[in-house]
Design a protein. Structure first.
Lengths: 182, 559
């Protein structure tokens, strides 16, 4: 039988996917229903750098988890540090976009339906990125302090599963918000 | 069998000498699935009494035309709190409390997969419940308006918008259910993981007790259907606190979307509550018929089918909002379809009883009443799936009658049956059969006197959620009958409480296996030790305890 942690994490991911699905449906349903501007096509541009960073962080986290399974605590820590940095770049991109939208374009959650659904969906995803970054940063610190040992390989792998899920959700968000929605 | 004797000293025994603070501390910090299960059920029953009192006040108000016992505002709060309490604070905790207690015992495990997550789930539920009831005190908020929530248990938009529900009462509804939702999802994840990874040796999926199978389905439904409610509630929070426009029709938002989101949770929720009822009777009926369940694989398949189909029927709650014929037809069809696996199960239970040596002990009495009453509920359900008929009786007492036949005639009856069945295991004491019969007959009479006439009331046009009615509509007589039924139900619940109190003080010793049952929870002592089983059992069939007790005629070769 498979381990408790794996089954539990898969269940959590299913529940989270169900949560995101509702926000995605809401975004698609309310597309083009805003009564006033600004509209997505006026203010959104595809966040290329953030996307590249986030998607490549899926590779680095996988390499890190595999390194730990083979006993390389230091290498695991290094790869996870890279992952954290890549995720931080993504978050910084989101922060910059939000600050531009709020300060320059005057788009807030209460401006129109676009603002409502955009901040809800992108914000929900960003909050998941934050949770993932906290977990990954903790593991990095543990690796650096040598509290992390190869017996923890499965737990790190489970965190990497969560991170892959967050990445997968971003692909959906990117498609819905920046491709279809524009 | 060494499985049957646990000689090791238990924490209960160790704490017995210490005063009540020490014992209370033990219960508060416990991560034991059995104690958490007991706390879930006890808390659920306490809320059941509160919800019953709320319902009784409503029935007093409606007993005759033009009464003024409560004001319209209070009446709105009463039906909102009654519905919310019964679904989220009675149904869910009792259902998951039983699963907490029974699933590890039935699969031969020593605890759930994540004991601390389990404790989190319980305390999230209890905190949410207390938060909801705190609204009676704190709901005024900063605006000095409102008290307990009064938006109905499904809290339709745009009534929940700031403009129409000022104050914080609606936020209490929103936040408390959100908190409870997280706890329930955590518990569901725990149950799935336990079932999939911690079964004892020999217990293949095909040998799991039907109770465990059905709770697996229920947990799967919970994991998929509850997060959408949480999502919708987050949207409502954004609407109410940050001025977002999800359900704000004046800014292009859609009130209908709330209905879709809510019922996408709300209909699976009905099955999340009902399938555990099916699970209880699937354990009780075979034991008291002295036969194995008829068509085990079919019952499992039907449960999976119900779990799947329940995700596809939600908009049958919305026939009256004008979705258009294609959608109406699709949801009518899927709703009728779900009657098929449900009907299959009823045939399975009846076929199990057919030719059996039936013992009408109290759990079996409740199971039999369930069969009749749930059948009625299913038939009115099919009637309501017919769109033109639905339009005639939508939002009337016919609907109220239907879902009380489902959730009281179906679920509450099976919960009482389950309490009579498993009480000896949990406490080591038997409930009195004599008082049990009084409880049963008073409750059957009270239930049917209360809810059967509601069908007629709905047919002759009485809308639900009205706080009073004029005398010239011809509704007086049946409303009085309905309200009189409440007296019988209250008396039944009182008998039940007395029965429990007496049994706890001086009930007959139950022994390990008072019903001569077959599943693993009866293989250990009553109550079970904290570690459940001294040696983890090995299972060779669907009725492991039968094999132990009757080694000359094991089940394995017949399966």
């Amino acid at each position: 039988m498979s381990s408790r942690g794996r089954v539990g994490m898969v269940c959590l991911i299913v529940a989270e996917a169900s949560l995101f699905a509702v926000f995605v449906v809401a975004y698609l349903f309310y597309l083009g229903k805003s009564l006033t501007g600004p509209f997505p096509s006026d203010v959104l541009s595809v966040p290329v750098l953030g996307t590249v960073c986030l998607l490549s962080s899926s590779v680095t986290v996988a390499v890190g988890a595999r390194a730990l399974a083979r006993g390389g605590v230091g290498r695991c820590g290094a790869w996870l540090l890279v992952t954290v940095l890549l995720g931080a770049v993504f978050l910084a991109g989101t922060a910059a976009e939000w600050s531009r939208l709020i300060m320059r374009e005057g788009l807030t959650v209460s401006t129109n339906l676009f603002g409502t659904t955009y901040y809800a969906l992108v914000g929900l995803h960003a909050s998941h990125v934050v949770v993932g970054l906290v977990m990954l940063a903790l593991i990095t610190v543990f690796a650096w302090s040598r509290a992390l040992r190869p017996v923890h390989a499965e737990r790190v792998e489970l965190v990497s599963w969560y991170w892959h899920f967050v990445d997968g959700v971003w692909v959906v968000v990117l498609t819905v918000v920046y491709v279809i929605g524009r | 069998m060494s499985v049957l004797v646990p000689p090791i000293e238990t924490p209960e025994a160790a704490a017995a000498g210490a005063g009540w603070p020490a014992r209370l501390h033990e219960w508060v910090v416990t991560v034991d699935h059995k104690r958490l299960g007991v706390m879930y059920v006890v808390a659920g029953l306490a809320f059941f009494l509160i919800a019953g009192i709320e319902a009784s006040v409503m029935r007093w108000q409606l007993a005759a035309a033009g009464k003024t016992t409560v004001s319209p505002e209070v009446f709105n709060r009463l039906f909102t709190m009654h519905g919310t309490t019964m679904v989220f604070l009675v149904g869910i905790p009792i259902v998951f409390g039983f699963a907490n207690y029974l699933v590890p015992l039935m699969v031969g495990a020593r605890d759930l997969a994540f004991p601390r997550l389990n404790a989190f789930g319980f305390w999230a539920f209890l905190f949410g419940g207390l938060l909801l009831y705190f609204s009676f005190l704190g709901g005024d908020g900063l605006y000095g308006a409102g008290s307990a929530p009064s938006v109905g248990w499904f809290a339709y938009a745009p009534l929940t918008a700031r403009a129409f529900s000022p104050g914080n009462s609606t936020d209490y509804w929103n936040l408390s259910i959100l908190v409870m939702g997280f706890g329930t999802v955590a518990t569901a994840i725990n149950l799935i993981t336990t079932t999939l990874t911690m079964r004892c040796r020999g217990m293949t999926l095909g040998r799991m007790p039907l109770y465990v199978w059905m709770m697996l389905v229920v947990s799967g439904m919970t994991v998929m259907a509850l997060p959408p409610l949480s999502a919708a509630q987050v949207m409502l929070l954004l609407d109410r606190f940050l001025g977002a426009h999800f359900f704000d029709t004046q800014a292009g938002g859609s009130a209908i979307m709330w209905q879709h989101f809510f019922w996408f949770f709300g209909h699976p929720e009905v099955y999340i509550l009902m399938v555990p009822g099916f699970a209880f009777v699937s354990e009780i009926i075979p034991v008291f018929s002295r036969k194995v369940i008829f068509g085990y694989p079919m019952v499992v398949a039907a449960s999976l089918a119900i779990g799947f189909l329940s995700m596809t029927v939600w908009a049958h709650h919305m026939f009256a909002v004008g979705m258009g014929s294609p959608l109406n037809a699709a949801f009518a069809a899927s709703t009728m379809l779900i009657a098929v696996p449900t009907g299959i199960k009823i045939f399975n239970w009846v076929a199990t009883m057919y030719g059996g040596r039936i013992r009408f002990a109290t759990p079996m009495l409740f199971a039999c009443a369930f069969l009749f009453q749930f059948l009625c509920a299913g038939l009115t359900g099919v009637m309501l799936a017919v769109v033109p008929f639905n339009w005639q009786v939508t939002d009337s007492y016919f609907v109220v009658a239907h879902f009380h036949y489902v959730l009281v005639g179906g679920l509450v009856f099976t919960i009482f049956g389950a309490i009579y069945y498993w009480f000896p295991k949990v406490t080591g004491r038997l409930l009195s059969e004599r008082l049990g019969r009084w409880h049963f007959w008073l409750f059957v009479v009270g239930f049917n006197v209360t809810f059967l006439p509601m069908h007629w009331l709905g047919m002759i046009g009485m809308p639900r959620r009205i706080y009073t009615y004029p005398a010239d509509r011809g509704w007086d007589f049946w409303n009085l009958v309905v309200s009189l039924g409440v007296l019988f139900q209250a008396a039944a619940v009182l008998v039940f409480v007395v029965n429990v109190v007496i049994a706890l003080r001086r009930g007959a010793r139950a022994g390990d296996d008072p019903w001569d049952a077959w599943t693993l929870e009866w293989a250990t002592t009553s109550p079970p030790p904290p570690y459940n089983f001294e040696t983890v059992p090995v299972v060779g069939s669907r009725r492991p305890l039968w094999d132990l007790k009757y080694p000359a005629d094991p089940d394995g070769p017949h399966e």
